[in-house]
Design a protein around this ligand. Structure first.
Ligand SMILES: *Cc1c(COP(=O)(O)O)cnc(C)c1O
Length: 386
């Protein structure tokens, strides 16, 4: 996936000649930016400020301006962003954090790692985002935060979530790991809650050169606490009021992100165009297509279809050399490591159905129309028309 530019397709005369379609081809993103990216990385090697070099502050400023938040603070990963954000809100042993059960593992893992208990809520059958109908009954006296996930690039129903959160006076942390550049109304995902968390894992819409993450917020005190926590709890250096973490966005990642950020809007636009094209190509196919709720700007970090014979579809896609992935095969309440929380199969039917039926198709910005047609034909050949 990351071994430079792949000439993975023979584009003419159409899908019959296509040899394979990768789920993601970062080489095609790298090629047009190569000169700039190489120079940015080499500049870091030359100046040698690998930790907290000037590019880190520059990127934090650029990212804050981009999403329209007062503060942006780089951390070592999206997982760390969630961890530090919850810790800044005081989440610890004995507390509960309400999260959807159909999401990437980190959303729950950080809660447990803080000594708190993840309390799961089901998702909506069509958007895969937190179903607010289950939210209120998940709230207890111990609930310290609600953490909706903007899954696959579409914001959860934040109006409804904030209404319930405000009623119970509980802060909201946005897991916007898959949703940088997505919007709810005209506001950027991640900027509406007390804190917003992003990931720069290479498969996210804005990827760095390995692991990286970012926390945004508008509150000065909270921002200062986040900065302290990610720096071993020290302020000033070597004076520790708290036991924090060593979590930094490395200079080399910030340098790459500064080159890439100006292209993010264009990439998101292309993902939306690809999604619209799939919608058309797959219209009438016997699969469940992703639903755009129309509450903002969906940036399709994933284009996820669903069908009953999902695993057979996977074999079929594999035989046609089409990259795909199941995000996510096991809802978190059924993970072995959470057996102690005593959830059982049947507790969250929409999430369990999604885990059994979902399949994400290639949607990266640089994919060609021919490749999309090839993928859509493969899906239709398998699933048939309605
Ligand atoms: C990717 C992701 C994370 C974690 O980000 P990392 O940078 O991989 O640590 C958290 N939550 C969700 C929903 C994600 O997709």
């Amino acid at each position: 996936m990351m071994q430079g530019v792949q000439d993975s397709t023979v584009r003419k005369p159409g899908w019959g000649m296509i040899q394979q379609v990768p789920l993601l081809d970062l080489g095609r993103q790298y090629a047009p930016l190569k000169t700039e990216l190489d120079a940015a990385v080499l500049a870091v090697l030359a100046h040698g400020h690998f930790i907290n070099g000037p590019e880190v502050g520059q990127f934090e400023k650029a990212a804050a301006a981009y999403v329209g938040a007062k503060h942006a603070i780089g951390v070592a990963s999206g997982t760390d962003a969630l961890l530090v954000a919850l810790r800044a809100l005081g989440v610890g042993p004995g507390d509960e954090v309400v999260i959807p059960t159909f999401t990437f593992f980190a959303t729950a893992g950080v809660v447990t790692n803080l000594g708190a208990r993840p309390v799961f809520v089901d998702v909506e059958e069509d958007t895969y985002n937190l179903d607010v109908r289950g939210l209120e009954k998940a709230i207890t006296k111990k609930t310290k935060a609600i953490m909706p996930v903007h899954l696959f690039g579409q914001c959860a129903d934040l109006d409804a979530i904030f209404k319930i959160a405000a009623k119970h006076n509980i802060p909201v942390v946005e897991d916007a790991a898959q949703a940088l550049s997505s919007r709810f109304g005209d506001k950027h995902a991640g900027t509406l809650g007390a804190l917003g968390c992003y990931s720069f894992f290479p498969s996210k819409n804005l990827g760095c050169l390995g692991d990286g993450g970012l926390i945004v917020c508008n509150d000065d005190k909270l921002a200062a606490l986040v900065r302290k926590l990610k720096n071993h709890g020290a302020e000033p250096k070597y004076y520790h009021e708290l036991v924090g973490y060593n979590s930094r966005l490395d200079t080399i990642h910030a340098a790459a992100l500064l080159v890439k950020l100006p292209h993010l809007d264009e990439w998101s636009k292309k993902r939306r165009e690809n999604a619209a094209r799939y919608d058309k190509l797959l219209a009438g196919a016997k699969v469940q297509l992703p639903v755009d709720r129309g509450q903002g700007y969906h940036i399709y970090n994933q284009y996820t279809i669903a069908l009953d014979r999902r695993d057979d579809l996977r074999a079929h896609l594999k035989s046609r050399k089409i990259g795909h992935e199941v995000y996510y095969p096991v809802p978190l309440h059924m993970q072995k490591c959470f057996a102690g929380l005593a959830y059982k199969q049947g507790d969250f039917p929409a999430s369990e159905r999604a885990a059994a039926r979902a399949c994400s198709l290639p949607i990266f910005p640089e994919m060609t129309v021919e490749e999309q047609e090839y993928v859509a034909k493969a899906v239709k050949d398998f699933a048939g028309q309605a």
